[in-house]
Design a protein around this ligand. Structure first.
Ligand code: FES
Length: 342
């Protein structure tokens, strides 16, 4: 028996297709040539989050880091783990433009630089190889991520792009080294000249350009990557807009991209930056605490008519979301991207 699935996007577009018995919604969508943003397809990255408005379903096992019990109780689902029991109506937290209709084949890229930019954090630059159909170009929206695959190792990880789309085929990533992480291990033992496969850009963590509200960007560590991409694009296009960036790190040695942020502030005079150090040394002059703490203080002073963008570990995203909701920020104005250690 098959069930009718309706996906509704934020711009009020609707996509219908059928899901077979025991098939998950993501696979069924892809069979209908619809590719909503996805990553791991195993319930661990959170890229395929949605909300089920009507209908019954089962959720296969997934990481509670990407979908909390509370969110699941309110209809939160992961398309890749949702098995319908009835017809379903699902709303998605992005516009229809984020749903692709074809899936591009992965591109070959060479690692051209790896630099340590802060404690346990690398800046990695890839050079795409010329493609007979599209040349060097690689289109993506600031805020999106790609999956990087190490050929032969069956290893894939999703990382946000930190630079902006360019004709030279350069892709830049900020990668936090994880103890015993397979990808971290690869980057530390392999170097310049190695090849990696780059999958098509995905994700809906992009700016809502229609909104005139001031923006708050809240980043935990390398969660600054999509914001760097967004800010660089704003600077390239001289789109100055009231924007406050909170960057959270554990200690001063983990502070990253400080010089670049200062230079972005010169191009974007309405950009303010607040670095939040959780456990600083005695002589730290800046904010002590988490970005969620600093955000709470900001809301008390500035009010809740803002757009909030969150990227970082699930605990930070959850804490900051709660702070925003308690202060009265419109739920529709909170956009988030979580990442999990790998
Ligand atoms: S694609 Fe569904 S959780 Fe990763």
């Amino acid at each position: 028996m098959s069930h009718k699935i309706t996906l509704s996007t934020q711009d009020n577009q609707h996509f219908e297709f059928y899901c077979e018995d025991q098939q998950n919604v993501q696979d069924a969508a892809e069979m209908a040539h619809l590719y909503p943003p996805f990553g791991c397809k195993s319930g661990s990255c959170g890229a395929c989050l949605g909300t089920c408005e009507t209908g019954d379903y089962q959720l296969e096992s997934y990481s509670k880091d990407v979908l909390s019990a509370d969110a699941a109780a309110k209809g939160g689902i992961l398309l890749c783990r949702t098995i319908p029991d009835t017809d379903l109506h699902i709303t998605l937290p992005y516009d229809s433009g984020s749903i692709q209709h074809t899936l591009n084949k992965p591109r070959d890229a060479e690692i051209i630089s790896i630099d340590k930019i802060a404690e346990r954090t690398l800046s990695v630059v890839l050079q795409l190889q010329d493609d007979p159909e599209v040349g060097l170009a690689f289109e993506f929206e600031p805020g999106q991520f790609v999956e990087l695959e190490i050929p032969g190792l069956n290893l894939m990880r999703a990382y946000s792009l930190a630079n902006t789309a360019n004709w030279e085929g350069r892709l830049e990533f900020l990668i936090r080294l994880q103890p015993n992480g397979q990808f971290s291990e690869f980057l530390q033992t392999n170097s310049i000249g190695q090849h990696i496969l780059v999958h098509a850009p995905s994700g809906a963590f992009v700016l809502n350009k229609q909104s005139l509200n001031p923006r708050c960007f809240i980043a935990g560590g390398t969660g600054i990557s999509p914001f760097l991409s967004i800010l660089r694009r704003m600077a390239e296009w001289a789109e100055d807009h009231p924007t406050h960036l909170f960057l959270g790190v554990n200690n001063e040695a983990e502070i990253l991209c400080q010089e670049e942020l200062v230079s972005l502030q010169q191009s974007l005079p309405q950009l303010t930056v607040e670095i939040c150090v959780w456990k600083p040394e005695d002589n730290w002059q800046g904010f002590t605490g988490t970005p969620a703490d600093a955000f709470k203080a900001y809301l008390q002073k500035k009010g809740s008519a803002i757009d909030v963008y969150l990227c970082g570990p699930p605990m930070l995203v959850e804490a900051s979301t709660n702070v925003a909701l308690e202060a009265g920020v419109d739920k529709q104005r909170i956009y988030s991207e979580r990442f999990v250690s790998a």
